[in-house]
Design a protein around this ligand. Structure first.
Ligand code: NAP
Ligand code: F7E
Length: 384
């Protein structure tokens, strides 16, 4: 009996081993095909459109998406500026001539332009609306033009998605400026908005319309409430870049003095390269939502100035007050910073500090660059 069992068992062991191997190979193939499918769906085969492609954030986002394998369509309003200069940021990041990046004209204030371009690319997966008149001070001079671009523009895009392909996911560039004269410290997704400029009033309309298209028509439409984010690619009119450029020129002896407005305003400054990753993550979730994106630290413009000068080896002493305040080079006693009221705004946002706990928990997003690292990066980039 025992001999019979062993001879039966060993006679078939070869078959059993073969069967187990076959099952393992099949399981392996199945697992890998699922992973491949998932990757090609979530990364490599995706197509995104980014508005405002000549801007700071668009350049970093385009680079990020191209690195992930996306095909990217960048759109811009018509310009008479030479393309070789106009797209300097994309060039700086090495993506201007990327084979998966194409560039088209689309003015977001023109609903026909939006509809035509989005219809042409109706197989898009994602649209990131980064186009804007983004300079808060200018919005006081041109409030209705700002409203056209920052308020009606996003609405044109949402409508074009609704008309062509409701499956396209939409990102709207909302802003910490919505919190304005802040009603809570720090600011979260639940903090009430209290805009203090035509820029933020227009952005509030766009924010509400984005939520509205989601709730009314089921669009996957998200708003990122991003706090100030800067980089060496920042426009020269913004205070961070203005300071970085000036301290280097003062050090090199090609500029005497830096003129600023309200140096006691407090901002939560982060690095644009970190923030665009959050935009992408928002559109990869199961449910569309709003997220605050911030570092959680706040500093004055005054602090930014001091640290920027320190980076080039200049230490400064402040003296005087209000419009008569100035900063002197501690060694030479030369005046290196002056207040010029022309840089004041009709209404100021005094303090911003964001709490991005929701983004950390839901998106796994956290900033990687501190404000001090950011200042050093921006100053170093100005040194020729
Ligand atoms: P940016 O550098 O000023 O870029 C904005 C781009 O929008 C510019 O290239 C501009 O074109 C384009 N644009 C203006 N009007 C347009 C129109 N009618 N049609 C098409 N494009 C138009 O701004 P950013 O710093 O990258 O910011 C990106 C977005 O995030 C903006 O919506 C901004 O309001 C928002 N945001 C920025 C921050 C921040 O700290 N950076 C924080 C919160 C929210 P031109 O180059 O021709 O002027
Ligand atoms: O000003 C003060 C100024 O122009 C920062 C945009 O990206 O972030 C940005 O808006 C602070 C303000 O950025 C000067 O009064 C003093 O308090 O660099 P800014 P912003 O207004 O905070 C938000 C989140 C956005 O959404 C906007 O699109 O600095 N300040 N002296 C000065 N500002 C400037 N520009 N120039 C000065 O000489």
């Amino acid at each position: 009996m025992i001999i019979k069992f062993f001879s039966f068992f060993f006679g078939r062991i070869n078959l059993i081993v073969r069967f187990i191997c076959f099952v393992c190979v099949m399981a392996n193939m199945l697992v890998f095909s699922v992973i491949e499918d998932d990757e090609s769906q979530s990364v490599t085969s995706k197509k995104a459109l980014i508005t405002g492609i000549a801007g700071q954030d668009a350049a970093y986002l385009a680079k990020h998406l191209l690195d992930l394998g996306y095909t990217v369509i960048g759109t811009h309003r018509r310009t008479s500026t030479d393309a070789s200069y106009y797209f300097w940021r994309l060039k700086e990041l090495g993506c201007y001539e990327h084979p998966r990046l194409s560039i088209e004209v689309m003015d977001i204030t023109d609903s026909i332009s939006c509809l035509n371009v989005i219809r042409k690319h109706s197989n898009l997966n994602e649209i990131y609306n980064l186009a804007a008149q983004s300079f808060v001070k200018e919005s006081f001079n041109s409030p209705t033009a700002t409203l056209d671009v920052d308020g009606a523009g996003p609405c044109n895009l949402l409508n074009a998605i609704f008309q062509t392909n409701k499956a396209i996911r939409f990102y709207q560039a909302s802003t910490s400026e919505l919190f304005g004269a802040v009603k809570a410290i720090p600011q979260t997704e639940l903090t009430p908005f209290n805009p203090r400029s035509p820029y933020s009033a227009a952005k509030q309309y766009a924010h509400s319309m984005t939520v509205n298209y989601r709730e009314s028509y089921g669009l996957f439409a998200c708003c990122g409430i991003l706090f100030n984010h800067e980089s060496p690619l920042r426009g020269e009119e913004f205070v961070s870049r203005k300071i970085a450029q000036a301290v280097v020129k003062i050090k090199e002896g090609t500029q005497e003095c830096l003129e600023l407005g309200n140096i006691d305003a407090k901002r939560d400054w982060g690095f644009a390269g970190d923030y665009v990753k959050a935009m992408h993550l928002m559109l990869q979730q199961d449910v569309a939502d709003e997220y605050v994106i911030a570092t959680g630290t706040t500093n004055t413009v005054r602090y930014f100035v001091e640290k920027a000068f320190e980076r080039v080896g200049i230490f400064i002493d402040w003296e005087g007050s209000a419009e008569n305040e100035r900063a002197l080079n501690r060694d030479t006693r030369a005046v290196v910073v002056k207040i010029n009221p022309k840089f004041y705004r009709p209404a100021e946002v005094d303090l911003l500090i964001g709490d991005s706990t929701k983004a950390k928990n839901a998106l796994g997003w956290e900033p990687e660059v501190s404000v001090e690292q950011l200042i050093n990066m921006m100053v170093d980039a100005e040194i020729s």
